[in-house]
Each structure stands twice: as structure tokens, then as C-alpha cells.
Design a binder for this molecule. Structure first.
Ligand code: ADE
Length: 225
């Protein structure tokens, strides 16, 4: 997958791709990430990418011209499956959306700032608008990173153990069951006996039951009951 991220603060984005799973996905050649500084696409002498809003009102708006130049240049080089705009009024990110995007080949992510982008950008270029939750961030960059992390770990071959993404919380609309590791007894706090029994079918049944109970307890809205 190739991800092109358009931003006014590329320095906010780089380091998360230099560690852990996202770094490994790049090292394995499964993911390519390119950052594009919007200021490189402005003709303005002051590298200005925002301006006052028509009709008056507080807050600046990101101008269409540098965004158009950047997106058009990318689109001239290859086809894109999706041009995503990170915005608090987009659809709220969930595992289903992450799954869908993980199947795509080339995507562009535009990070908004200030009051957002000129509406014509959304009308002309954006195919999908995503929010990471009902709160307002200073810009779309942190949201873009969360989207990338959620998507990249689902790309086949990225995680060492292919089954581990399949057993994540939400992957089957249930929260994940509790997990334990050694020692089996720590200060008298014991691991449930079933997990050390070696009885795989019973362990699976226990995990399913735990996942259901945990979901019913914490997120009953996820259960279609
Ligand atoms: N930009 C500002 N707030 C955001 C949010 N909640 N999700 C995505 N992008 C944003």
C-alpha cells in the first residue's frame, strides 16, 4: 500500500513511522509512506496556505490552490483508491472502516488545520471524510497517524503472527478476552486454570465466553441483542 499524507506540519508525522509495526511494514516493503508539505505547493511569497473566510468569522481556512496542485500532481502519477480528509465532522473511524481501507492500494490523506479546508476541496477531491472521535484536535495529523496505524496492522504480512489481528478487539464485533503470560502464579494471583489445561477446544470456548461477557459489560452497544 502507498500512503501519501498532505500536511502543513510534516515534522509531526515522521517519527511514528520510524518505530514498531509501522516501521516494520515499511522495512518489509509492504507499505510506502510519503509526506507532502503543503507549503511546497504555494505560489505565495510567504508560503501562506490559509486565508480569511469569506463572509467573515473567526479562524482561517486552508486555500484550495496548494491542495489542488498537490493532489493533482499525485493523481497524475498514479491512480488513487481514496482521497481521505481528516476532519471532526467525518464518519467516525471504526474497525470496519480500517478493514476496508487496508484492502486499498494507493490512498491520499489530507490533514486539515485551522477552521478546515475550503469546501470546494471537499466537493472536488475528497472521497471519504474520517473523524477519530467526537473531539477537536489542533489538526488532522494525529488522526491521520491513528488511521494509518489501524490500517497498516491489518495488511497481510505486516504482523508476524497473521492470526493476531484477527483476534483483536472489534474484529468480530466483540472486545478481546483477557490474556495472561508467565508466571502462572504471581504472589498467589493465579492464571485461570483452563488456560494451562492444554485443552484447546475448551480454551476457545472460554475465550469466546469471556469476550462476550466483557463486551456485554463494557460495550453492550456492540451486541445485536
Ligand atoms: N481534525 C481535528 N479534529 C479531528 C478529529 N476528531 N478527527 C480527525 N481529524 C480531526
Amino acid at each position: 500500500m502507498r500512503i501519501d499524507i498532505i500536511t502543513v506540519v510534516p515534522e509531526l508525522l515522521k517519527s511514528p513511522f520510524e518505530a514498531s509495526i509501522m516501521q516494520r511494514s515499511i522495512a518489509k516493503g509492504l507499505v510506502e509512506v510519503h509526506f507532502h508539505n503543503l507549503r511546497d505547493y504555494t505560489t505565495n511569497a510567504y508560503k501562506q496556505v490559509d486565508d480569511y473566510q469569506y463572509g467573515g468569522g473567526a479562524g482561517m481556512v486552508m486555500m484550495i490552490e496548494p491542495i489542488d496542485k498537490c493532489i493533482s500532481e499525485l493523481k497524475a502519477a498514479r491512480d488513487y483508491d481514496e482521497v481521505i480528509y481528516m476532519t471532526p465532522d467525518g464518519e467516525t473511524l471504526n474497525q470496519g472502516i480500517a478493514n476496508t481501507i487496508s484492502l486499498q492500494k494507493n490512498i491520499i490523506i489530507l490533514c486539515g488545520h485551522y477552521k478546515g479546508v475550503d469546501q470546494r476541496v471537499r466537493d472536488q477531491f475528497i472521497t471519504r471524510e474520517i473523524s477519530i472521535g467526537d473531539y477537536v484536535l489542533s489538526g488532522g495529523e494525529l488522526g491521520a497517524l491513528i488511521l494509518c496505524d489501524a490500517v497498516i496492522r491489518l495488511i497481510p504480512g505486516v504482523l508476524g503472527n497473521e492470526t493476531s489481528a484477527l483476534t483483536d478487539s472489534f474484529q468480530d464485533d466483540l472486545l478481546a478476552p483477557p490474556v495472561y503470560t508467565r508466571p502462572a502464579d504471581y504472589k498467589g494471583w493465579k492464571v485461570p486454570e483452563i488456560l494451562t489445561s492444554g485443552n484447546t477446544p475448551k480454551i476457545e470456548a472460554w475465550r469466546e465466553e469471556q469476550a462476550y461477557k466483557h463486551t456485554k459489560n463494557r460495550r453492550p452497544d456492540l451486541l445485536n441483542e
